[in-house]
Design a protein around this ligand. Sequence first.
Ligand SMILES: Cc1cc2nc3c(=O)[nH]c(=O)nc-3n(C[C@H](O)[C@H](O)[C@H](O)COP(=O)(O)O)c2cc1C
Length: 169
Amino acid sequence: MEALDCILSRRSIRKYTNEPVNEKDIELLLKAASYAPSANNYQPWQFIVITKRDLLNKLSVVHPYAKMLTQAQAAIMVCGDYDIQTELGYQVVDCCAATQNILLAANSIGLGSVWLGLYPRQERINDMKKLFDLPENITPISLVAIGHHLEEKPIPERFNKEKIHRNNW
Ligand SMILES: Cc1cc2nc3c(=O)[nH]c(=O)nc-3n(C[C@H](O)[C@H](O)[C@H](O)COP(=O)(O)O)c2cc1C
C-alpha cells in the first residue's frame, strides 16, 4: 500500500474476527513503532504485548473505553522509560509517534487497530502500573487494540483549509 493511501485510509477499527494475529505481524508492528522519530533519537519506548485472553478481558473492564478488547486478538501497550528519557514530555510525544506508526503499519498489512488513551489520565496510568507490576521508571502512554477487521470504514473528509495559516496567524 502506498504510504499516503495508508495514512488516509487508517481508521479506528473496534470490531474484529476471532482469527488470531500472528506473531510475525506483531513483530512487524513493533518494528514500525521502533522506527518512529524521537527527541535526540533516544527511542525512550518499551512495549508490552498482550495476547492472553483473560488479560485482554481484564483490560476491557479496567479501561473505561476499551470494550473492543474482548474481541481484539492482541494489544500493545506503549510505555515511556525515564531511564532513557528523563523528561516526561518527550517520552509522551515520542511514544505517541511510535503509537501512530503501529496504527499505520497495522493498516498497511490489513489489520484493524485502535488507539486507547492512557496518558494523561492518572487513574488509567496507575491501573496499568498496578496490573502489569511496572517498575518506577516506566510510564504507560497508550494501548493499541489489534485484530482482523470485522468492519470497514470509509475515508471521511477532514482536510479543512480554514486551519491553515500561511506565514503568520
Ligand atoms: C490520545 C487518543 C486516545 C484515544 N482513546 C480512545 C479510547 O480510549 N477508546 C476508543 O475507542 N478510541 C480512542 N481513541 C480513538 C479516537 O476515538 C479516534 O482516533 C477518533 O475518533 C478518530 O477516528 P479515526 O481513528 O477512525 O480516524 C483515541 C485516540 C487518541 C489519539
